[in-house]
Design a binder for this molecule. Sequence first.
Ligand code: GCW
Length: 688
Amino acid sequence: MALIAVAALLAVRLRAETGYDLWLRYERLADPVQRASNRRFATAIVPPSRPSPTSDAIEQELRRALRGLLDVDVPRVPRPRSDGALIVGTPSTSPLVAALGWADVLARLGDEGYIIRSTTVGGRAATVIASAGEAGILYGAFHWLRLLQTGQPLANLDLAERPRLERRLLNHWDNLDGSIERGYAGRSLWWPDRDDRRLGDYARASASIGINGAVINNVNANPQSLTAPFIEKAARIADVLRPYRIRVYLAANFAAPKMLGALTTNDPLDPAVGRWWKERADEIYRLIPDFGGFVVKANSEGQPGPQDYSRTHADGANMLADAVRPHGGIVMWRAFVYDADVDPDRVKRAYKEFVPLDGRFRENVFAQVKNGPLDFQPREPFHPLFGAMPKTPLMAELQITQEYLGQANHLVYLAPMWKEFLDADTFAKGPGSLVAKAIDGSLDGKRRTGIAGVANTGRDVNWSGHDFAAANWYAFGRLAWDPGLGAGSIADEWIRMTWGRSPDLVATIRSIMLDSRETFVHYTMPLGLHHVIGGDHYAPMPENTDPRRADWSATYYHGADASGIGYDRTARGSGAVDQYRSPLREQWADPATTPDALLLWFHRLPWDYRMKSGRTLWDELVLSYRRGADEAKGLETRWMTLRGAIDDERYQAVLAKLRRQSEDAAAWRDKCLRYFQAAREGSPRGRR
Ligand code: GCW
C-alpha cells in the first residue's frame, strides 16, 4: 500500500511537462485539506438526461479534471442522492434544470450564456451549471473548472455570463500542404492530414476560452480548398470540432471559378459566377451543415478580387454573401488593402476605400479590419475604420502569432497591446466611444459582432513554439468573450493554470508578462517608429529598402537622414491624422500633444527636437533602445528566480528562449543605434 502511494506520488512529481497540456493541466491541488474541501462540491455529476456529443464532452472534461485536481473518480448519477452534486444541463435536456424555473433568465443569456449557481435540488445542496443552449453549458463547465484550477471558492456561487461578441474566431493561415504562413510552431494541425488526438485537444483548449469558430485555411487562399476532396476533409475536421461548438469557416480565393477551370471570368456581377459560388456553398453545406462562411482577402497583396473587373469590394462581398445567406452563413471581407494608387501613405488607403462603401454591403457581410492601419506592428494607433463604418459590422482582426513581435523566440504577452486597442477612444459619438464598443455593436446598435485572431498553433509539442506564446492564444479567447477583462487578471488565471498557484510564482511571472510588450517595443520600434523590419519580419532592418515596393521598406517609414526621422502624417505631410475624430486629430497633429509612444508615427522631427522629458529626440531614442535591451536581460534574470519552483523541463526551455531574447535585444539595439547614428550624421550608410 505504502509503496503504491509513493509510486503514485513520484508519478505526479515526474509527470513530463512538455507544455502540451496548456492551461488544462489539472495538476493536483497540493494541499490535502483544500482537496477535501473542494471534493464536497463535486460528489457526483448529474449530466443531462438527454445526452449529446457536447454533454458527453463536458462530462469527460469534468471527470478528467476532477481526477487530476482532486484525485477523485466522481460518479455519474441520474439525480442527486447526497449533497454536493454538480448538475449540468439546459431546460430542454435536463428535467432538473427545467424544474428550477430559470428558463426566462437563461433565455436572456442566450445559447452561449450560462448560470452557475449554488442551490438546493430535491433538498440536497448542489451546484447547477445551466444554459439555454448546449454551448452555454460547455462554457459554464469550463468556467467552473477555472474557479477550481485557480483556487477560488466553490461555495455560494451565483454567476451569470454571456459573451459580448458573437463570433470569436481563430484564423489559421494554414496552407493545404501543411505549411503555415507566419507560423512558428511547426506544421498545420489538419493539413494535409489531421491528427485526431491533437485536433480534439485543440478543440478542448479553444472551447475552454470560448472560441466558437476556426478558419482552417490561409487567407492567401489556394482555390483547391473549394474542391470536393478538400471540402470532404474540412467536413471531417468539422466533425471533430462540433461537440466543442466550434464551427469551421473557409478562406475563399476570389478567382476560384477561373482558376479551377470552371468559368472564363470571376466577375461578381456575371450571373454565372454567382451561380458557381451558390453551388459551391450548397455543396459545402451538404457536408457541413453548420459551416460558418467565408473570409476573403481580395485585391490585397496581389490576391485577385472584384476590382480586377472594375467592381467594388461591396460587389464582390455581396455576391458571396448571397451564396451563403440561405444557409445562415457570413462573409468576412478583409479591409487589409493598400493599393499604392489610392494614396501615397499606406496607412490611409483602407479607410479611403472602405468608408464610401458603408451601407452598401449585405447584412451578412463583415468588414474584417486589423487593429491598426499598417500591419500588426508592436504598436500602432487604432485603425481609423473603427467608428467610421456605422452601418457595417466590423470584425476586428488581431494577430496572435507574433509575426512582428519576436515570433516564437521572444516572450511578449500581447494582452496589454490588445487592451490598448480595445480601450482606445474613437470619439466617433463623443467621448467614451471606445473601439470595444464599435466591435461589440453597442456604439451603433449593430446586431452582428465578432473578432478574429490569427492563430499561433502548430504541431510543436507545446502548440505555440514558446510556452508563453500559449498565453496569447488564451488571452485572445478571454478578450473575445469579454473585451472588458484586464490584461493582468487574464495573466493571473493563465499562470495559475499553467505554471502554479504559489503567490510568489504568480507575482513574478505576472510582472514578466505585463512588462514584456513595452520591453519589446523599446528594443525594436520605440517612439512610434514602425516597420523597421525586413526579410522574414524577425529582426529590425532599418536599412531595408525593398526594390519591389516602397511601402515594404523600412526607409519609407522612418526616412531617417541628417534632417530628422519619422513620418509626417499631419496636414503638412500625408494628412492621415484627419482620418481620426476630434480631439484626436488635433492632439496628434501637434508633436507637443502627441504621446511619446506614437510620436514618430505622426511626426517627422529633427534629431535635436526637445522631448517632454527635456532630452533631445536622439537621446531619448538611445535611451529607449538601451532600456529595452536592459529590460530584456531583466526578464531573463527574473525568470531565473523561479528555478526549482516549476518543473525543470519548462523552466529550461523558457530560459533558453529568454537568453536568446536578451542577446537579440542587445544586438538589435546596437544595430539600430549604429544605423540611426550614421543617418543622423548624414553618412551614406544611413541615407534612404
Ligand atoms: O502581415 C502580413 C503578412 C502576410 C499576410 C498579410 C495579410 C496572409 O506578412 O503574411 O498574409 O499580412 O494579413 O494578409
